[in-house]
Ligand binder design. Structure first.
Ligand code: 3PG
Length: 219
């Protein structure tokens, strides 16, 4: 069986910031994905928080060759399946459940599960997953919490998400157990609504410049 952590790392590890996106109008998805990719952020997470989300994933998967589209806010196996069928290359969940782990085990599409407690991290490790979304990052202890996890969980790598912005992203990315961070600041709702793709491209470009000071890749 292919190592799914490696598959996930090969999609995400080259990119410091994974945009977390909410799409209200499906026709915004393609130009948004193009603008982000042009700014250097090819991998994007479209959250299943709106009725347009699955169609948005479908369109980006079909029309934006340079994008790596993933689905976020996946809460259960049904949504996992729908998102995978829509063309998601990776799946992100805010937390971890046995049901989701089973769905992921049956799928070729890799899962980045959320985890915030040591017990949840142990559950992920039991399932063979060692690259996790650390969520909600800032609200749960942020960088100090990540530092405390480094010794007992020295094999775990994280994509911290929530409360991260251009102000604190570099400090997160400087942590040896951080592969990338997730955040909505590169694609704010107001700019999507306004169709301001130039500004979103500029935000993506600035985020892409937050290169990690250490290199963590597959293996
Ligand atoms: C979310 O839950 O919306 C994501 O984790 C993104 O959080 P953010 O808006 O704080 O970047």
């Amino acid at each position: 069986m292919p190592n799914k952590t490696d598959a996930l790392l090969s999609l995400l590890a080259g990119q410091p910031v994974i945009p977390v996106i909410k799409i209200e109008e499906v026709e915004k998805a393609v130009p948004l994905a193009r603008a982000l990719a042009k700014g250097g952020l090819r991998a994007i997470e479209i959250t299943l928080r709106t009725p347009a989300a699955l169609d948005a994933i479908r369109r980006v998967a079909a029309e934006v060759e340079e994008a790596i589209v993933g689905a976020g806010t996946i809460l259960n196996p049904k949504q996992f399946d729908e998102a995978a069928k829509a063309g998601s290359r990776f799946i992100v969940s805010p937390g971890i459940t046995q049901n989701l782990l089973s769905a992921a085990a049956d799928s070729e599409v890799p899962l980045l599960p959320g985890a915030i407690t040591p017990g949840e991290m142990m559950m992920a490790l039991d399932a063979g997953l060692d690259f996790l979304k650390f969520f909600p990052a800032e609200q749960s202890g942020g960088i100090d919490f990540l530092k405390a996890l480094a010794s007992p969980f020295n094999g775990l790598r994280f994509c911290p998400t929530s409360g991260i912005s251009a102000k604190n992203a570099a400090e997160y990315l400087a942590q040896p157990n951080v592969v990338c961070v997730g955040g909505s600041w590169v694609a704010p709702d107001a700019l999507i609504k306004a169709g301001d793709w130039a500004e979103i491209e500029a935000l993506a470009h600035a985020a892409d410049a937050l290169r990690r000071p250490h290199s963590r890749t597959a293996g």
